[in-house]
Design a binder for this molecule. Structure first.
Ligand code: HEC
Length: 138
């Protein structure tokens, strides 16, 4: 078997053998709001202090604002490049509202537009981002 088909087979087995080990990027994401039980169980180790949200804001400006917009409305300059950029100022979270779900979306990504940030931001900074995003809600 050629290498890519071996990899594909391994992927199919991983997906078929249960959600427990399936990364978020490979899970199903219906367009309507849904939950991710495993991610929901993660606890945010960072208290949402002013320092934490300020660090989150810094990362946001560098890496997220281009699509998500200055105030989180989903109206950044790149917002029209593809995908539907969500509004962080309302109380709807497509992939779940818990800190753990938001963390996992950022870490593992969910689409070609909302890519995984695991290699670019530390877990600690992702938690700071979660704390910051929650301050954008009206
Ligand atoms: C290239 C544009 C782009 C960039 C840059 C980007 N995002 Fe996204 N983001 C999207 C799109 C499009 C979606 C909707 C994806 C989907 O649900 O299919 C999304 C979805 C999300 C969601 C899920 C919201 C919900 O309703 O559940 C979170 C959280 C998020 N992004 C956070 C971030 C953070 C934090 C950064 C920076 C580290 C970032 N994004 C960078 C385009 C982007």
């Amino acid at each position: 078997m050629r290498q890519h088909s071996v990899r594909l087979l391994a992927l199919m087995i991983a997906v078929a053998s249960g959600a427990a080990v399936t990364p978020l990027a490979l899970q199903s994401h219906p367009p309507e709001p849904h939950r991710h039980a495993e991610a929901q169980a993660l606890e945010n180790p960072m208290e949402a202090t002013a320092e934490s949200t300020a660090t989150g804001r810094q990362r946001y400006v560098f890496m997220c604002r281009s699509c998500h917009g200055n105030t989180g409305l989903g109206d950044g300059d790149n917002a029209h490049a593809g995908g539907d950029v969500p509004d962080f100022t309302d109380d709807s979270w497509v992939h779940g509202p818990s800190d753990g779900e938001i963390f996992t979306v950022i870490k593992e990504g969910v689409s070609a537009d909302m890519q995984p940030y695991a290699d670019r931001i530390t877990d600690e900074d992702i938690w700071h981002l979660v704390n910051y995003l929650k301050t954008l809600q009206r």
